[in-house]
Design a protein around this ligand. Structure first.
Ligand SMILES: Nc1ncnc2c1ncn2[C@@H]1O[C@H](COP(=O)(O)OP(=O)(O)OP(=O)(O)O)[C@@H](O)[C@H]1O
Length: 483
């Protein structure tokens, strides 16, 4: 003790390091094993480690036969179960004539408790241990094998997800993504819109998904912006689902009003995975909300003018417009195409709006929103898609009358679809024909009742497709059913 105290007095700064170094070396002489740890969240990384996920998948495939304690989860299509190693479990793996040992661990994270960023309270990790004579084999071949197999398994078992930031909070009440399985059945086949435009969009999306090298070559982050605009019920959300289904991507439904500030928005963005569609629905509403909030704040007399100035001007002196909670327009633009937007890659960002004219031109300029798609009232071509979807018919003698009417009356695909919805399920050819006849007659009646609002005359639905109030009475679409 005396020697220790004296030594600490004379070599206070270096003694601990010195002792640690030599203890490790000493242990190394007698302990011939090397250990590699794969933590679930490493260092200051905000994201789950991809290496950890790959190891988890890899071990899951072999643990069913060898491990004693397993965890089970529903698999990609929910039909089966995926097994993985439970905590504190061990298993051995043979590779290239060597035996390697894996173990899983869980520790309570002190860092998570004090961290400013939301992190999981428990840190899980896998540890790989092997004899040092296999070091070369592990470094050059085994780790590569584990990553490759693990990632392939992850892809095979992948269950697409629909994320929302509306309901998920961490223990500090900060928003985070929560998810459910994404099961929307819409495809471009079932989408009622102009066939050429549809083909163009599909080609654009597929080119994007294969464009990794191209984007790297031109020095642009691998992402693409879509602006979908048009009256309510023209298929904007349906198109988002069709896009995700075409590319096999996850969907992140970003509710801007639930994001507290720019930092929270950045955090949400970093947490999104690649191969995803990030959608901000009704982007014009987020802006409206913010201006209201802004006005209220300005009216607040208790707040000093100085404070307001600080709040409204960013560090570089630029005026910042709030677009939802404390999220500023510049923070949001940074989210779309700033430095932070580049992390991860392979993302489609979609804005939908019913009022494109209300949007800040800077928000939707080309380069930010690369493709602008207008979804509008149903055309005859769109009607034929819906008739095929809902009634299973490609042609019918009533189509001629529908063609005359649908071109001049503004009816949304949602309203047309509602008219075409079969009201009874029949059996046999006669019954089927009756159902088709009934549905088409209902649609024709609805179109005839609808005033010629495509020609600018009095209309039941207004130009934006909103439901009008006439003489205090609410006019629903003619063939609405409420269930
Ligand atoms: N173009 C379309 N093709 C096929 N179905 C459509 C189309 N447009 C609307 N529908 C049908 O109408 C319903 C409502 O459409 P959707 O929610 O996609 O419209 P929207 O434009 O996003 O409306 P909102 O602006 O109110 O969100 C969908 O469930 C779908 O069945």
């Amino acid at each position: 003790m005396f020697v220790w105290a004296v030594a600490r007095q004379y070599f206070p700064a270096h003694l601990d390091t010195f002792l640690t170094q030599y203890t490790t070396k000493l242990v190394g002489l007698f302990y011939p094993y090397v250990e590699i740890t794969f933590p679930e969240y490493a260092g200051d990384r905000l994201k789950r480690s991809e290496a950890y996920a790959a190891v988890e998948a890899y071990l899951g495939s072999s643990c069913a036969e060898r491990a004693n304690r397993l965890k089970a989860e529903a698999d990609g299509d929910g039909a089966g179960l995926v097994l993985s190693m439970d905590e504190y479990e061990e298993l051995a793996d043979d590779f290239g004539g060597a035996t390697l040992w894996w173990s899983s661990h869980k520790t309570s994270s002190v860092a998570a408790f004090f961290s400013l960023f939301p992190r999981p309270d428990e840190c899980r990790s896998y540890c790989l241990a092997f004899h040092r004579r296999h070091r070369q084999l592990v470094h050059t071949a085994y780790l590569h094998h584990v990553m490759k197999e693990g990632k392939a398994l992850e892809v095979r078992r992948r269950r697409r997800k629909l994320y929302t930031n509306n309901h998920g909070y961490d223990r500090y009440f900060r928003t985070m993504w929560s998810h459910v399985a994404f099961e929307h059945p819409a495809t471009f086949d079932t989408l009622a819109m102009d066939a050429d435009r549809k083909r163009e969009i599909m080609e654009d999306l597929l080119a994007f998904s294969k464009g990794k090298d191209f984007y790297a070559k031109i020095g642009k982050p691998w992402k693409r912006g879509y602006l979908l605009y048009g009256p309510p019920g023209t298929g904007k959300s349906t198109m988002v689902a069709a896009m995700a289904n075409l590319l096999d991507y996850d969907v992140y439904d970003l509710e801007l009003t639930a994001v507290r500030n720019n930092a929270a928005l950045r955090k949400l963005l970093v947490e999104t995975t690649s191969k995803s569609v990030i959608v901000v629905e009704d982007i014009d509403c987020s802006q409206q909300l913010s201006s209201r909030r802004n006005n209220n704040r300005k009216k607040n007399k208790k707040k000093k003018r100085k404070d307001l100035e600080e709040e409204e001007y960013s560090e570089d002196g630029e005026k910042e417009e709030e677009i939802g909670s404390e999220v500023t327009l510049s923070g949001f633009l940074n989210f779309i195409d700033g430095l932070w937007s580049a992390c991860g890659g392979e993302r489609i960002i979609v804005f939908t709006t019913n009022h494109v004219e209300r949007l800040d031109p800077g928000l939707i300029r080309r380069g930010r929103m690369d493709v602008h798609v207008e979804l509008s009232y149903c055309t005859f071509e769109g009607f034929k898609v819906l008739a095929r979807n809902y009634l299973g018919v490609e042609a019918h003698r009533k189509f001629a009358r529908v063609r005359e009417l649908v071109g001049e009356r503004a009816m949304t695909p949602a309203d047309v679809a509602e008219c075409l919805m079969p009201r009874s399920v029949g059996s046999g050819a006669d019954a089927d024909e009756r159902v088709v006849e009934g549905s088409l007659a209902r649609l024709i009646r609805a179109l005839e009742r609808r005033k010629r609002n495509r020609n600018g005359e009095e209309s039941v639905g207004n130009r934006n497709g909103d439901i009008c109030e006439k003489g205090g009475q609410r006019n629903e679409p003619e063939c609405c059913t409420w269930m």
